[in-house]
Structures are given as structure tokens and as C-alpha cells.
Design a protein around this ligand. Structure first.
Ligand code: DMJ
Length: 623
């Protein structure tokens, strides 16, 4: 009404007499109309303008709130239930928000100010009281926050006589968790029916695949079943380990894979169930694996024969992978703690110390190392993906596992994050997405490529922030997690390719693309793992929703009658090319992290436990 009125052409009067200097004729017309209004009419106009201004201001504030990136000065690592402000629930808002994020990203290029680091008391023995735990996120006494209050002996358990202490889990608490447990049971049923005792299920051909012949799926699944409270499944698997799993076989196995899946799986099962049989098995395996360290430098060979305990280089190379030799320390240290025999920890820690002494590129490591010379292979690639990834993960996690007592691990980790930001972090065109590429040929060229494996990094960064490292790392974590999520969400299958290339060409409208040879999804967990840590530490339920969408993709495109299968093509929903393979880490990691992500409360207290790279929980102890 006001607009109509004001638009009415002014009549009569001298234009010159009313016209303030410098105004055009339209403005003058409005001005003359305004002067002719009664006091009452003007008051109504003032009211309307005020109401409109309030509405505009309010909607602007709401929009800004939705797009706001985390205000890290407000971040309190001791308040994991406090929701962070990064409620970014759709692509459009996130894209806009990313422009703001760039400002923060520039800030992370500067060296981390160690003065910002928050010292935190080392956590006590994982089964101890909370008496000495001031300063960490102690679980609430009523047990709402984590399961630590459920730690108990189970009188109904037939294996009770062998148990020291066990952790109790209640089973699924909501519909999403129930759906994940159903997925696990579906996968388990197929494996149990067609591949029992073998490494992997081939769900389409209803057959089995053997890699090492160690029943990988059983051992990798033990602690997942314990956490999901699948008691009868756990008991059957546990009895198979006791009665049938035999490590005295004339078999060459990959040292790293056997350590993280089997040794880690046995130790995780022991810590949750308290069943000492698992330690006996772990010790038998650990003794056999020790032969891998028998190189002139102590850097482990990539392969080891289980019967002879003889380590050797792989057939395809004279070198070991850097991530492999540096991702066995959590397990060997824990084995020493469980057995009281220091030899395991000493051998593994020696590797970390040797790598610490080697020259690096701003804390970043080449992906190959020679066990005989102890040197990195010159000119080899630097990547946060395959063969590089968990070197960085275990720097942080070892520091945490040892109660933050080994300073060099933290220093190497912090330096490497700075190096990543400086040398590997890039942004896409057109939407400014953060990703971490690769350095080739000793630093002479950059490749805008990122493996899905690299998506472990958001979880590791968030864990580091919770343990007192720079809060800037959380900004990187949240941004990279979003990019990782988009590599799933932007595919028609809602599943990510193994490898994604990122765009810097302003002529292209695609932030990233996938080559046909890289379009497979191997049921991998890394992105979900990152969402779990971010949800755990920020309380932002958007991460749960993202995980749920990925789970829908898994259900729709990888589920088959007798299990779940890796697929060859995420780029075409009607041509997914199933590969007839269900990896053990799908049950050990992917479904476990989904289950933990959807939990109403923290099932595992991350101030007391550290997950190995295969998602097997090991206790934190300050020695
Ligand atoms: C797992 O075996 C481990 O997470 C490892 O560190 C990397 N690859 C797989 C899962 O993708």
C-alpha cells in the first residue's frame, strides 16, 4: 500500500522550491509526495519501514548463522556434546560458506603456535578409576556418555572363567544403529554360510577367497560383534579362533596387513571381552611376525613367513612401503603391555625412531623405504593416500597411546600437518573445495589426485585437536571431510571412487572427476571414520546425516543376496559392475564406524581408547 501511494505522481507546487540540491526528478517527486503526507500517514510509513528493516536484518542473521564456519576460539575440546556451529546441511550453503573458509585456510599456513596447545593430563590405566582423570572428558556417572560404567564380569558367559574384565555394550539404541547391525548380520550370514574360516567372502559366486589363509573376516569382526552386542556370533567366532586358527603355516604374509587386521583384531577382542585366550593367540602370532624386523636396519621387510618367521622383501620391489613399516607400532606396543615382554615394543619403536631421524620434506615422507639401507627411496611419491597415509595417523596415535609421553612423535606429527598445508593442500575450481594432492619426482611436480584413503585425515586431525593440538586443524578436518563426503554424494551411486582428480581449470565447471580405471568402490571406511570422529568431538549431527546417506548408497548398490560386494563403477547407477568380493575391513571398520557414528552416546571413550588403523580399540596408558 505504501509503495503504491509513494508511486503516485506528485502534482502542483514549484519543483524548484521543494527540490534539495543535487536530487533528480524522480527523487524530487517522492520528496514532494512525502511532504504532502499527513503526520498520521507518515507514522504509518515509519512503522512499515521499521518492520521491513527488522525482517531483512533477521533473515540476514539466520542465513549467516547457517553458513558460519566453526568459530574455533569457542571450541572446547572438553565438551564433546556441545554442537559446533558448522551446521552445513546442503551443497549450496556449503559452497557459499567455503568462500568464508578460505580466509581461515590462509591462516593455517602459518606455523602452529605451540603456545595455543592445551596441555591435558595423561589418561590413567584404561580400566582404572576416574580419580586421576581430571581434565579429560570423564564419562558421566549415569553412564550416558560412554560405556565405561558398563565394564563388568558377565556371570552368564560360559567363558567367564577365562575373563579378566570385559566391557558391556547394550546393543543398538536407535533405528540407524539397528539398520547397521542388520547389515552386519547379513554380511556375516553370507560369510558364515559360504566362506567360514577363509579370509573373504565372494558373495555372488558363493565362494571364498584366501589371501593369507587366516580367517581374516572372523578375526577382523570380533570386536565389532562385541560392540554391537552380538553375543552368539561372537562366541562362535571366538571358539573358531581358539580351536582352528593356526599360525604355524608355511605361508608368506604381508607383515603390515597381518599386524593391523589379525594382531590388532585379537588384541581388540581381548581388551573388550577380557578373554585371555586372545592374548595367547596374539603372542603366538607376534612371535612369528617378529622375523620381519630381521633386516640389517631393523626396518621391517614387507613379507614374513609364518612358519619359519623369515622376513623378506616383496616380489615386486626391493623396498617396503613407508606407511606399512610405520603402522605396526600400536599393536606391538600393546602386545608388550599385555604380555610383559618388551621385545615387541622395542622392535617396533626402533622403526619409528629411525624414521624420525631421516630427512623429510617439511615432515612429509616418500612412500618407499629400503629395509636394508634404512633410507627412503629417492624421488618416490609423497602422498597422504596409499603407502603414505597411516604413517601420519600413527605418529599421533602412538603419542596418544603412550599418554603423550613421547614428544618426538607429536613434533613429527605437527610438522607434517604444516607440511601438508604448505605442499599438498589445494583448492578446486569453481567451488574452492579443499583437497590434498601428491608430490611426484622428489617434489618436481604436483598431481591433483586424492585417494579415498586420504579421507582418514579428518578423523586424525580432530583427534589431535581433542588432545590439545592447534584448533586450526579442526578447520582443515571439517573442510576435507566435506570434500570427502562430496566425492560420495556427487556420484549417482552415492559411493566414492577409489581415486578422484581435482580441477583447477576455470573453463571447467566440475570440481572433480573420476577416470574409468579409478571408478571402483572397495567398501572402504575412511570417509565414514572421519565423520565418526567429527561427530564425536563436535556433536554436529550433520555428520551423522552424511554417514546415513553413504550407508544408503552401500545398501542400495553393494548389497547382494549373500552379503556385500565391492563394485567396479560408482559413476553409473545402472552399470555398477559388482566385483564379487567382501573385504574383511568392511565388517571390522566400515560397519563399526557407521554403528559408532549413529550412537546416541559415545560407545567407546576416546580418552581411554585409541583405534588402530583397522578400527581395533587399544587402551591408552601413560607409559
Ligand atoms: C584398512 O585395512 C586400513 O584402514 C588401512 O589402514 C587402509 N586400508 C584399509 C581400508 O581401506
Amino acid at each position: 500500500m505504501a509503495a503504491m501511494y509513494l508511486a503516485t505522481p506528485p502534482t502542483g507546487g514549484s519543483l524548484e522550491s521543494l527540490q534539495p540540491r543535487g536530487l533528480n526528478s524522480r527523487t524530487v517527486s517522492l520528496w514532494r509526495t512525502w511532504k504532502r503526507l499527513s503526520r498520521c500517514q507518515r507514522s504509518i510509513c515509519y512503522m512499515i519501514i521499521t518492520v521491513l528493516a527488522v525482517i531483512v536484518l533477521y533473515s540476514y542473521m539466520m542465513r549467516d548463522e547457517a553458513m558460519r564456519i566453526p568459530d574455533l576460539t569457542q571450541y572446547d575440546p572438553k565438551a564433546p556434546e556441545m554442537p559446533l556451529s558448522a551446521v552445513l546441511d546442503d551443497d549450496t550453503r556449503q559452497k557459499k560458506a567455503l568462500n568464508k573458509v578460505e580466509r581461515v585456510h590462509n591462516a593455517i599456513q602459518v606455523p602452529v603456535d605451540e603456545k595455543q596447545n592445551m596441555a591435558q593430563e595423561a589418561v590413567d590405566d584404561y580400566h582404572g578409576d576416574d580419580d586421576d582423570n581430571e581434565g579429560v572428558d570423564a564419562p558421566e556417572e549415569n553412564g550416558n556418555d560412554s560405556n565405561q560404567a558398563g565394564e563388568d564380569k558377565d556371570d552368564d558367559d560360559p567363558h567367564n572363567g577365562q575373563q579378566a574384565k570385559s566391557l558391556k555394550f547394550e546393543g543398538p539404541q536407535n533405528e540407524r544403529q539397528k539398520a547397521v547391525v542388520e547389515a552386519f548380520q547379513h554380511a556375516w550370514k553370507g560369510y558364515r554360510t559360504y566362506a567360514w574360516g577363509h579370509d573373504h567372502l565372494r558373495p555372488i559366486s558363493k565362494s571364498a577367497q584366501n589371501w593369507f589363509g587366516l580367517g581374516l573376516t572372523i578375526v577382523d569382526s570380533l570386536d565389532t560383534m562385541w560392540i554391537m552386542n552380538l553375543q552368539s556370533e561372537f562366541r562362535e567366532a571366538r571358539d573358531w579362533v581358539e580351536s582352528t586358527l593356526d599360525f604355524g603355516v608355511n605361508k608368506d604374509v604381508n607383515f603390515f596387513e597381518t599386524t593391523i587386521r589379525v594382531l590388532g583384531g585379537l588384541l581388540g577382542a581381548f581388551h573388550l571381552s577380557g578373554d585371555a585366550m586372545f592374548v595367547d593367540k596374539a603372542k603366538d602370532l607376534g612371535d612369528r611376525l617378529m622375523g620381519a624386523f630381521s633386516s640389517p636396519t631393523g626396518i621391517p621387510y614387507s613379507d614374513v613367513n609364518l612358519r619359519s618367521s623369515r622376513g623378506h622383501v616383496p616380489q615386486w620391489s626391493s623396498d617396503s612401503s613407508t606407511s606399512e613399516v610405520s603402522t605396526i607400532q600400536l599393536e606391538f606396543r600393546d602386545l608388550s603391555r599385555c604380555t610383559g615382554i618388551n621385545t615387541y615394543e622395542d622392535a617396533a619403536e626402533n622403526v619409528s625412531k629411525k624414521i624420525h631421524d631421516l630427512p623429510k620434506t617439511e615432515g612429509l615422507v616418500p612412500i618407499f623405504i629400503n629395509a636394508n639401507t634404512g633410507k627412503f627411496r629417492a624421488q618416490s611419491t609423497i602422498t597422504l593416500g596409499a603407502r603414505g597415509d597411516s604413517y601420519y595417523e600413527y605418529l599421533l596415535k602412538q603419542w596418544i597411546q603412550t599418554g603423550k609421553t613421547q614428544e618426538y612423535l607429536k613434533q613429527d606429527y605437527v610438522t607434517s600437518i604444516q607440511g601438508m598445508n604448505h605442499r599438498l593442500a589445494k583448492r578446486t575450481v569453481p567451488n574452492n573445495l579443499l583437497y590434498f594432492g601428491e608430490i611426484l619426482s622428489g617434489g618436481r611436480s604436483f598431481k591433483p589426485k586424492m585417494d579415498e584413503l586420504t579421507c582418514f585425515l579428518p578423523g586424525t586431525l580432530a583427534l589431535g585437536v581433542h588432545n590439545g593440538l592447534s584448533k586450526d586443524h579442526l578447520v582443515i578436518a571439517e573442510e576435507l571431510a566435506y570434500t570427502c563426503y562430496l566425492t560420495f554424494a556427487r556420484q549417482p551411486t552415492h559411493l566414492a571412487a577409489e581415486i578422484t582428480y581435482f580441477n583447477s581449470d576455470s573453463a571447467s565447471q566440475m570440481d572433480f572427476y573420476v577416470k574409468s580405471n579409478d571408478a571402483h568402490y572397495l567398501l572402504r571406511p575412511e570417509t565414514i571414520e572421519g565423520l565418526y570422529y567429527l561427530y564425536y568431538f563436535t556433536g554436529n549431527t550433520t555428520y551423522q546425516d552424511w554417514g546415513w546417506k553413504i550407508f544408503q548408497g552401500i545398501e542400495k548398490y553393494t548389497k547382494v543376496r549373500n552379503g556385500y560386494t565391492t563394485i567396479g563403477n560408482v559413476k553409473n547407477a545402472v552399470d555398477i559392475r559388482p566385483k564379487d568380493m567382501m573385504e574383511s575391513y568392511f565388517l571390522g571398520e566400515t560397519l563399526k564406524y557407521l554403528y559408532l557414528l549413529f550412537a546416541d552416546r559415545h560407545e567407546i571413550d576416546l580418552d581411554r581408547w585409541v583405534f588402530n588403523t583397522e578400527a581395533h580399540p587399544l587402551p591408552i596408558r601413560s607409559y
